[in-house]
Design a binder for this molecule. Structure first.
Ligand SMILES: [Zn+2]
Length: 292
C-alpha cells in the first residue's frame, strides 16, 4: 500500500517520469524475485516420498491373444511415455497424459474421456498438456508438491484457474486444480502494466496460471511455506498487500471479503494469493523475468 501512495505522490509531483518511478519501485520486487528463485536452487529433494496414485488401469486395444501354448506371445512395442523419446507424438493428448503421470506419479490428469470423467470437465488439447508438462518440470517449488494432485481442464470460464485443497480418507491431502480457457489470456502478475494488454492467447499466460495454482497446492501440502513467504518479503524490504501496482492489482480481492471476520485466516488467504501471483509472475511474466 505504501508503494502505491508513493507512486501517486511522485507522479502528481511531476518530478520523475512514470517509468522512472516504476523502475525504482520494482527494485524490492526484483530482490524478492531473486530470493524466490534462489530458494529453489538450494534444495530440490522432495522431503516426502511421493504417494503412488490409483489411476485407471491401462486398457490396451488390439493386444494379440495367444491361442495355444504353441503360439509365442508377440512382443508389443510400448507406447512412448517421454517427450524425449523420438517416437513420442506431440500431437497425441494420450501420450502427454501418460508422460505426465509416468514422470510425476502423484499427478492425475483427468482425461475427460475414455471413462475418466469429473464434474465440469472438458478434454485437454495436446498443446495444453505439453505446457502442463513443461510447467511441472520448471516449477520452482516442486519439492513442496508432496501430495496427490488432480488436474482438470474445465469449461467453467468464471476463473482462469481454481485450486481446491481436499482431504482423502480424512488423512491425506489432495489438490484439485482446475484450468479453464481463460488461463490462455490471463496475465500471471495481474499488474498495472497488464491493464492495457490485449487478451491474446499466450503460452506464458497458460503456464503462469498453472504455476499459480501449483503454488496454492504447495502451500496446502506444506503450510510453513507461507511463513517463508512472509520472511522473504521482510528480507526484500517489501510488504505486499492487496492492490500493489506490480502484482495483484487486477486480482478480484473482493472474493475474500467474506473472510474478513477472521483476520488470521483472511491474512493467510491474501498472502497465499500474493505468493501464488508472485510465483506465476517470477516464472512467466516477461517483465518480471527480464527486470525491465
Ligand atoms: Zn490464486
Amino acid at each position: 500500500m505504501a508503494l502505491i501512495r508513493h507512486a501517486r505522490w511522485s507522479i502528481t509531483g511531476g518530478q520523475t517520469g512514470l517509468t522512472g518511478v516504476l523502475r525504482l519501485l520494482r527494485i524490492p520486487l526484483v530482490v524478492l524475485a531473486a530470493t524466490l528463485l534462489g530458494a529453489c536452487e538450494v534444495n530440490f529433494t522432495p522431503s516426502v516420498e511421493p504417494l503412488r496414485l490409483a489411476t485407471l488401469p491401462p486398457q490396451p486395444f488390439g493386444t494379440p491373444v495367444a491361442e495355444s501354448s504353441a503360439v509365442r506371445p508377440v512382443e508389443i512395442e510400448p507406447s512412448p511415455v517421454s517427450p524425449l523419446d523420438p517416437a513420442f507424438d506431440e500431437a497425441d493428448p494420450w501420450q502427454w497424459i501418460a508422460a505426465i503421470e509416468q514422470r510425476w506419479p502423484t499427478v492425475d490428469v483427468v482425461a475427460c474421456s475414455g471413462g475418466e470423467m469429473e464434474r465440469g470437465c472438458t478434454e485437454w488439447t495436446a498443446e495444453e498438456l505439453g505446457l502442463l508438462y513443461a510447467t511441472l518440470e520448471e516449477y520452482i517449488f516442486g519439492q513442496y508438491l508432496t501430495g496427490r494432485m488432480m488436474f482438470i481442464r474445465t469449461d467453467d470460464e468464471s476463473y482462469a484457474g481454481l485450486h481446491a485443497g481436499l482431504w482423502e480418507g480424512g488423512t491425506s491431502k489432495v489438490s484439485e486444480i482446475r484450468v479453464s480457457d481463460r488461463a490462455w489470456t490471463t496475465p500471471p502478475a495481474a499488474s498495472l502494466l497488464d491493464i492495457l494488454d490485449l487478451p491474446f492467447r499466450k503460452n506464458n499466460q497458460f503456464q503462469g496460471t498453472i504455476a499459480h495454482e501449483l503454488t496454492h497446492a504447495a502451500v496446502w501440502f506444506q503450510p510453513e511455506l507461507l511463513d517463508w513467504w512472509r520472511e522473504a518479503q521482510v528480507e526484500a524490504g517489501i510488504s505486499l498487500g492487496e492492490g500493489n501496482w506490480m502484482v495483484g492489482l487486477l486480482y478480484r480481492w473482493s472474493y475474500y471479503d467474506q473472510y474478513e471476520g477472521d483476520p488470521e485466516l483472511y491474512d493467510d488467504l491474501v498472502q497465499g494469493e500474493l505468493f501464488a501471483l508472485t510465483v506465476g509472475a517470477v516464472m512467466y511474466d516477461p517483465i518480471w523475468r527480464t527486470g525491465h
